[in-house]
Design a protein. Structure first.
Length: 460
């Protein structure tokens, strides 16, 4: 059965904060570049998953063929890729390795460990070594499959998986600081659940999407309301049966799902829940051809993106985003060196996407590519505004340095899109009191009559 690639939420390098504003051009203008070498893993990489640290360091996890398909994690040091911890860190062969950074910046790895009776294990990385989160193999002895990992804003890790010990229905567990416990009953879905995927909203409510075998393989979504699992809209809401279900929740609380229509030319569809029903985001089956191994994410500005192996472009990588009325390619369709497998899509602090995949042109080794200009910067742009000091502790100054564009609005958000400050830039120099703001990365977004710009800074 085809494999689903989960998403991870990601950040751009802190080193970029002092650079010029980003000019957001049309999606087709985006070039794609390889980070480090193409095919950087020692051998074939399966189930690739990408995450980026709060300091902007990309990490990739995969089942490592040179280490008996055990889990290996590698990180990019700015020039080349190196192993994070020990290669082949799991007890045995793994499937569905997933890496996610917690809100506090710790890297977590979840996987199904074939060497531990096909049970789930979660580990975290302290910068040098990996340690178990709870006991390894904490799921039923009957085994698990399709595991995904997500965090609440408070930093509580949740996992969702197909639970072979509960009738191959979906189960969700969370780590309570000591051990992994069920969230609601084990096997809470009415029927068998495949391609389970989990996301949490801003209030910490977990949502699970899955292929619902009790509804002829169509998509269903359920959430935990504090006492039990309830349907979000109608179960089996997709028109056709699905593959690769992915889920994300917007900053305003709207759940989105992405999937491949398994009996509709295997093209991709994205839907969102509008509060009463599931509606298409753009056209159903919007990809030009088959879309395998899709990975779905919402960008920092809230735009839906999908990455996939593009059957209409020789099975190479394509990324598309929704532009409000239609889905458009980000860069050229089929931009990878060759055929691409096992996608993982990720973002930094701007809408420039990153992808990791198994690169067939390089022996199915891992390759990571970044969209946008190096550093996310358009070097021909002289800049419209400056920010100082950076980092800021008590006061922040924003100064306009160009007069040939009319400013419409200026907004400052955190990396989750929460609005911190908003105004029009009516003066040449604006002073903002940031003393009460929480420490972290902030993004200033300026819109003019000609362009949109963003700039990053740190609140100490």
């Amino acid at each position: 059965m085809k494999r689903f690639i989960c998403l991870c939420l990601l950040w751009l390098p802190l080193a970029l904060f002092a650079q010029q504003p980003v000019v957001l051009h049309s999606p087709g203008d985006y070039p794609w570049r390889i980070l480090g070498n193409a095919g950087f893993s020692a051998g074939m990489a399966q189930f690739t998953c990408l995450a980026i640290s709060p300091a902007g360091v990309p990490f990739v996890a995969f089942a490592d063929s040179v280490n008996s398909l055990k889990a290996t994690v590698m990180k990019f040091n700015g020039t080349s890729w190196m192993v994070a911890g020990t290669p082949g860190l799991s007890m045995g062969q793994v499937i569905w390795p997933r890496i996610v950074f917690s809100p506090s910046g710790e890297l977590y790895l979840s996987y199904i460990d074939i060497g531990n009776n096909t049970k789930a294990t979660v580990k975290k990385f302290n910068g040098t070594t990996w340690s178990n989160v709870g006991v390894p193999g904490f799921t039923s002895s009957a085994g698990a499959d399709f595991i995904t990992l997500a965090f609440t804003p408070a930093g509580v890790p949740y996992v969702a998986f197909l639970d072979a010990g509960a009738g191959v229905k979906a189960s969700v567990m969370k780590f309570n600081g000591t051990s992994w416990v069920n969230v609601g009953p084990a096997g809470f879905t009415p029927s068998a659940a495949v391609f389970t995927a989990i996301a949490c909203n801003g209030a910490g409510v977990p949502y699970v999407a899955f292929r619902d075998e009790g509804n002829t393989g169509k998509a269903s979504v359920m959430k935990f309301d504090g006492s039990g699992w309830v349907n979000v809209g109608n179960p089996g809401f997709s028109v056709t049966s699905v593959l690769y279900t992915g889920i994300a929740v917007s900053s305003s609380g709207e759940p989105y799902v992405a999937f491949v229509n398994s009996d509709q030319d295997e093209k991709a569809t994205v839907m969102k829940f509008n509060g009463s029903a599931w509606v298409n985001v753009g056209s159903a089956g919007f990809t030009a051809g088959t879309a395998y191994y899709i990975s779905f994410a919402l960008s920092p500005s809230g735009k839906p993106y999908v990455a996939f192996m593009d059957g209409a472009n020789m099975n190479r990588a394509t990324v598309m985003r929704y532009e409000g009325t239609a889905w458009v390619a980000v860069g050229q369709p089929g931009f990878s060196p060759g055929q691409a497998l096992d996608f993982s899509l990720a973002f930094g602090a701007t809408d420039d996407p990153y992808i990791a995949f198994g690169d067939v042109a390089n022996g199915v080794r891992a390759t990571v590519m970044a969209g946008g200009w190096p550093g996310g910067i358009e070097t021909s742009e002289t800049g419209l505004f400056s920010i100082y000091p950076n980092p800021a502790t008590r006061e922040l100054f924003i100064k306009a340095v160009r007069q040939d564009e009319k400013v419409i609005s200026l907004k400052i958000t955190d990396t989750r899109g929460n609005l911190l400050w908003e105004s029009t830039l009516s003066d040449q120099l604006i002073r903002i009191n940031v003393g009460d703001w929480r420490p972290g990365i902030c993004i200033a977004r300026l819109t003019t009559d000609r362009n949109s710009y963003c700039r990053k800074f740190v609140k100490n």
